[in-house]
Every structure is written in structure tokens, then in C-alpha cells.
Design a protein. Structure first.
Length: 214
């Protein structure tokens, strides 16, 4: 049987640019479904885009939330992971504004490490061996090895994120078209120099919430 492995060469890496969004798309409907489907005539969005919803009347639970989108038609798109079956019925209005992203030219490898639950020690004086329970799980980390280039637009955004501790979206776009989207905060950005070498660095992101595959 032939392997289904995917070559990683050609993988793109992007980081959200805060404060520079795309044009808002007018919403004319949101279904009560799992996932919710938004109606927006000639929206022009693409699978893997991330939008923030605002000014919806009725289904106010979606206001102020950001969603990855997929399964697009010319006039509709799904909000991945949004189960609106228990939300208030959509009334009118609203906008979906896409985030913009800076794309890296200098990334060399990346690792997404899933979250791990903590161990809760339940051992007592009559235990015959250590006893543990499973505690809360964190959401993991995202680490990137890169060539350190100060003018690289993506690395400029990384430095801003390190200074302001803001949460932002990150995207990995594979050569087969698969997209991974995740939200997190930059916790470190290192720089290393060496004799007869180039400047290299490492980005580390603390993830927050679900990693979406579209």
C-alpha cells in the first residue's frame, strides 16, 4: 500500500497582525445549527480565514467572538466549532470582519505540543502504592525554529506580541491545502549567533483554546 505521508517542505506559517483587519462582511442570517452557518452575500472569504463577529441582533452570543471558517459557498460559510442550537434566534444585522496575517519567510520547523493534564496526588497512609487522579489539562504549546531576521514582517509581529502579551491567531498552511489555526500568546522569542553561522531563533507560543484543522 502506498504511503499517505505529506511532504512538509512548502509549509507556510502566519501570525495575526493586530489592528489591521480586512473589510467587514454584512451578515443577513445565522442558522441555529452545529456548526452555525452564516449568510453573507458575496462575502469573498476563504477556508481557514478567521473572522470576528459584531453587532448581531438576537443571536448576541456570537458577538465579540472569533471563529475559523470553512465549507464556503458564494454567500455562506460555517463557523467551525460554533454550536448555536441553544443560542437566541438570529434577528438581524451584524458583520464578520476577517483578520489579516503576516507571513513568515524564515521559519525552518515547528512543533505543536498537545496539552497535558496535571497529576493530583491522592496517596494516603494506607495506600500500597502512589495513587493519582487526573487534573485539568492545559492547551499546549506551539514552537517554531527560524532564521532570526529583524525586518521579517512575521517576526516584527512576534516581538509586538512578546511585549504586549496579546492573544492572537497563528496559521500553518500545508502544501496539500490543509490549514491548522490556533490562538495563543507569545511567551518567548530567542536569538542565537555563532561563529561562521547565521542568526537563528526560536518562537514559543502558549496556546489558548482549541487547535482547528480545516
Amino acid at each position: 500500500m502506498a504511503s499517505n505521508s505529506i511532504l512538509s517542505q512548502g509549509t507556510r506559517f502566519q501570525i495575526q497582525k493586530l489592528g489591521t483587519n480586512g473589510s467587514p462582511k454584512t451578515i443577513t442570517g445565522i442558522s441555529a445549527a452545529n456548526p452555525a452557518v452564516v449568510t453573507s452575500t458575496a462575502h469573498g472569504l476563504a477556508t481557514g480565514d478567521v473572522v470576528t463577529i459584531a453587532a448581531v441582533v438576537g443571536m448576541t452570543q456570537v458577538n465579540g467572538q472569533s471563529y475559523v471558517i470553512k465549507n464556503l459557498t458564494a454567500n455562506t460559510f460555517e463557523l467551525v466549532g460554533c454550536n448555536s442550537t441553544t443560542f437566541t434566534a438570529y434577528g438581524s444585522g451584524g458583520t464578520a470582519t476577517p483578520f489579516t496575517f503576516a507571513e513568515s519567510n524564515e521559519h525552518k520547523s515547528y512543533t505543536v505540543s498537545p496539552g497535558q493534564a496535571s497529576d493530583i496526588d491522592k496517596t494516603t497512609m494506607i495506600s500500597t502504592a502512589k495513587e493519582f487522579g487526573v487534573g485539568l489539562s492545559d492547551t499546549g504549546t506551539f514552537d517554531v525554529e527560524l532564521n532570526y531576521v529583524e525586518a521579517d514582517v512575521a517576526q516584527v509581529e512576534m516581538k509586538i506580541g512578546l511585549l504586549d502579551s496579546s492573544e492572537r491567531w497563528f496559521r500553518i498552511i500545508k502544501r496539500n491545502g490543509g490549514i491548522s489555526a490556533m490562538k495563543g500568546s507569545v511567551r518567548s522569542l530567542s536569538e542565537t549567533g555563532a561563529v561562521d553561522g547565521i542568526f537563528t531563533g526560536s518562537l514559543s507560543v502558549r496556546l489558548s483554546g482549541t487547535k482547528y484543522e480545516v
